[in-house]
Design a protein around this ligand. Structure first.
Ligand code: NAP
Length: 524
């Protein structure tokens, strides 16, 4: 399959833009095959208008057909075979096994959403039957369910070229909710984006879905993404990336004449608390696990553990093993030269902060965007005085923050801002002794891990991949797991509707056989 370098307005490809860009191989720094145009204002408008036309039809498509469409996308992605993996390796420097695993995650995620759509109960149907004889006033028949919002803008993420990109979690959850999607591909992997998009087009064709259910636009400047978010027909935004990018889009969406929700998953430092009993019993083992977690995928995960909080008097052996592990690390190649530069800049910033010292540094990878791992140490006092130490460093780095005693460790937890995760390593006694910590962390993060590591986010029904600002722009949602589809739906109430006009999920005889809350009781 030849790459075209074009925008896709539904099924129609277009090439009005003149600002050409190309992807670079982060291993060699060489430009890759195929130039991409930057989407013009007309192309973006055409894609959104078509998405609105398609939405009117797609929202009415029954659960079974929608589920088959989502499953068909998964099949078509698999059918791309080695071509997809090879292009993604060239564009991202991620190893084959990681990309094959990520492809598995992507298609598994699509199939899981399809299953939820087919079952149907996710719409949270609620029925309060009429009470005509109620005194002093009768009650109307009141029914509620979640309905799709409309066209959604999705921004592909650099660090998950498959699972959080063109057919990733945001797109899958929008389709599952009944929304159409206009995707802004990430400029670091335009070829991967195009291949996945064309697989989706095959599914659109095979399943006879409305043209415009999905479109793909490209760009290296901010303009296409900004225009997409400002377009009056776009109803919600899904984003994974930098704090600066997510925040800019959030502000833009709020400044619209009609503001819309932006579900931006941004930076997180994922604090790891290692309590004294655990440090004493298995500090060395925890240090090995932590080094593996910090350097996994060259640290390019939003769940990378960037802050480690310990009580200093119990941490000597732990620090020594951590230093050795990092020292032996061979380094790796980052996704882009820009991300490598941002990583170097962050390390410089931390090195220059007062009361911070280097614990250990790994070997540098010998490639164009190669870096080495680095661990710093500092005190809780410094963390409180220089809160920017808790900002995300995107790469294989972490800061060990030492507390003089339990009270200081708790104080460090209190000053944290919002993060995606927090982790506690502790013995049964530690956990009893530090119960207060869990209460504090519940208000700071979306997921709390006990005696594990934050990297590795399971796609399942109970997952929360979210958290309070600045980790995300919406603390009530998750971008991973089946609850992610609720981001793109909103509750609509139907009062005194005749049965024939009600959506199937709310009809009297429950034709979909879904779980519903009827007069306060769950039933099928
Ligand atoms: P990014 O700069 O936030 O870009 C993500 C997407 O948003 C791109 O499509 C980008 O397109 C667009 N964008 C960014 N700022 C925008 C703005 N002001 N207006 C409109 N569109 C905008 O993220 P990145 O390129 O993936 O990586 C850069 C840095 O982000 C990394 O060094 C890292 O610090 C952070 N990052 C964090 C995570 C995480 O999971 N926490 C993941 C990836 C990256 P254009 O570039 O074409 O404008």
């Amino acid at each position: 399959m030849q790459l075209t370098g074009r925008q896709y307005i539904g099924k129609r490809s277009s090439n009005e833009g003149v600002d050409l860009f190309t992807a670079y191989n982060p291993m060699t720094g060489e430009a890759l095959e195929c130039h991409y145009g930057e989407a013009t204002a007309q192309e973006i408008d055409a894609a959104v208008v078509l998405a609105e036309t398609a939405f009117v039809k797609y929202r009415e498509i029954n659960n079974e057909s929608r589920a088959v469409f989502i499953e068909c996308i998964a099949d078509e992605i698999m059918a791309l075979g080695e071509l997809l993996i090879k292009r993604a390796m060239d564009e991202t420097a991620l190893p084959q096994a990681r990309l094959e695993g990520e492809r598995g995650r992507t298609v598994g995620q699509l199939r899981l959403f399809a299953k939820v759509v087919r079952e149907g109960s996710w719409v949270d149907a609620r029925i309060d039957p009429a009470m005509p004889d109620r005194k002093p006033l009768p009650r109307s028949d009141i029914r509620q369910m979640l309905r799709p919002m409309g066209p959604v803008a999705v921004f592909g993420a650099s660090n998950f070229p498959l699972a959080f990109s063109v057919a990733g979690g945001d797109t899958a959850s929008a389709f599952a909710a009944g929304c159409t999607v206009v995707i802004k591909g990430h400029p670091a992997h335009p070829g991967t984006s195009e291949l996945v998009f064309r697989a989706m087009l095959n599914a659109v064709e095979k399943c006879a879905m409305p043209d415009g259910v999905v479109s793909l636009v490209h760009g290296v400047g901010h303009q296409p993404g900004m225009q997409l978010v400002q377009h009056p027909l776009i109803q919600a935004v899904g984003f994974t990336g930098s704090f600066r990018g997510g925040n800019a889009l959030f502000d833009l969406a709020n400044a619209r004449q009609v503001p819309i929700p932006v579900f931006a998953e941004m930076g997180s430092t994922n604090p790891v608390f290692i309590l004294p009993g655990a440090l004493k019993d298995r500090g060395e083992k925890i240090a090995e696990g932590l080094a593996a977690s910090v350097t996994l995928g060259v640290g390019q995960f939003c769940t990378n553990p960037g802050l480690v909080l310990v009580e200093a008097n119990a941490a000597t052996a732990f620090k020594s093993v951590l230093a050795n592990e990092i020292n032996a690390n061979a380094g790796g190649t980052m996704l882009t030269a820009g991300i490598r530069n941002a990583y170097s800049g962050s390390l410089d910033r931390i090195s220059k902060t007062k009361d911070v010292s280097v614990l250990s540094e790994g070997q540098p990878a010998k490639s164009s965007a190669g870096v080495s791992a680095k661990i710093f140490t500092t005190s809780v006092k410094a963390l409180i005085e220089y809160p920017e130490l808790a900002e995300e460093v995107f790469g294989p780095s972490s800061i060990v923050v030492e507390a003089s005693a339990k009270e200081e460790l708790i104080e460090a937890a209190r000053v944290l801002e919002g993060h995606l995760t927090a982790t506690i390593h502790g013995t049964a006694e530690d956990l009893q002794d530090y119960q207060e910590l869990i209460g504090i962390l519940e208000r700071k993060v979306g997921r709390i891990v006990i005696n594990g590591f934050p990297t590795g986010v399971e796609v399942c029904h109970a997952m929360v991949h979210g958290g309070p600002y600045p980790a995300t722009t919406n603390s009530q949602s998750t971008s991973v797991g089946t609850n992610a589809m609720k981001r793109f739906a909103r509750p609509v109430c139907y009062q005194d509707f005749p049965d024939t006009l009600l959506p199937a999920a709310l009809k009297q005889n429950n034709p979909l056989s879904i779980w519903r809350l009827v007069d306060g009781e769950m039933m099928r």
